[in-house]
Design a protein around this ligand. Structure first.
Ligand code: ADP
Ligand code: MG
Length: 269
């Protein structure tokens, strides 16, 4: 018998972070890195975590990856409790961690070698990805022959080789110059259009968070809590010129005011 209308519940979120806290034991006592984090993420969403240094952003990403256990609460992905490393996720860090003795292509293919995937297919996919980030002429280059932006593009391709349903990125563009960073943001959004991958993106740049995201999660300084979640209602594809749109600037003002209220920005002279 079909369930009555009122009994039907909405589909569970792709990722459910429920009442999660994380503390670390240190020489000076316990550090509470995250307190009572609740967040639901839908499949295909681009979520940015925005907050000052030390507010627990990286810790939250490590909990999602399953590489760190939660102290309290739980995290479910597709209704499955994360109890250990989530091998499906792709991860990109601020440092590209490329192997210097392998070419760009060979660095990307590591992912397939580790997973024991079909290498012909992997090679084809690697070529497609390299082309999408305009590196098709550099597949035979070694990391030391590439610029910082090119190296980070290679590491993004490596993370995407196995078509991960979830991409975790921890300040991936934080070490790049401003112009390279702009281009990498576009490159990333282009890569996102080929699948319904969910992206969990950490940044401390207000502009970057607005430009990329469907939602921006604002974290307060230590101990990290979710202060606000802001929907970014801007059309896609996103263009660099949108950063001057009145609506974009309104989001910038709103987020700046929140951080001012949290004492992250102080403007007395
Ligand atoms: P963010 O990425 O936002 O800069 P982190 O998640 O790296 O912040 O760190 C949050 C807090 O947790 C910081 O106070 C940091 O010192 C502490 N912390 C992070 N990892 C550890 C650890 N392994 N041991 C002890 N303290 C840690
Ligand atoms: Mg961090």
């Amino acid at each position: 018998m079909p369930a009555p209308q009122t009994m039907q519940s909405a589909a569970p979120p792709h990722i459910a972070i429920s009442r999660v806290s994380k503390s670390f034991a240190s020489r000076n006592g316990t550090v509470n890195a995250l307190t009572d984090i609740n967040l639901s993420i839908e499949k295909g969403e681009f979520i940015s975590i925005l907050g000052p240094s030390g507010c627990g952003k990286s810790t939250l990403l490590m909990l999602l990856s399953g590489l760190l256990p939660v102290t309290k609460g739980r995290i479910d992905v597709d209704k499955k409790h994360i109890g250990g490393p989530n091998a499906d996720a792709g991860i990109v860090f601020q440092q590209d961690v490329l192997l210097e003795w392998r070419t760009a292509l060979q660095n990307i293919l590591i992912q397939a070698e580790i997973r024991g995937s079909d290498m012909t297919e992997a090679r084809e996919r690697a070529h497609t990805l390299l082309k999408m980030v305009s590196l098709e002429d550099f597949e035979g280059s070694f990391p030391k022959e590439l610029s910082g932006g090119m190296r980070q593009r290679v590491s993004i391709c490596r993370a995407l080789l196995h078509k991960p349903p979830l991409l975790l990125m921890d300040e991936p563009f934080g070490a790049l110059d401003a112009m390279t960073r702009d281009q990498l943001q576009i490159d990333l959004l282009r890569l996102c259009t080929e699948s319904d991958m969910t992206v969990f993106f950490i940044t401390h740049s207000i502009t970057e968070a607005i430009f990329l995201s469907d939602r921006v999660v604002v974290m307060s300084p230590r101990p990290g809590r979710i202060e606000r979640i802001i929907d970014i209602d801007l059309p896609r594809p996103r263009r660099l010129a949108m950063r001057e749109d009145p609506k974009f600037l309104q989001y910038t003002r709103e987020l700046t005011a929140i951080f001012k209220g949290l004492g992250v920005f102080r403007e007395e002279y």
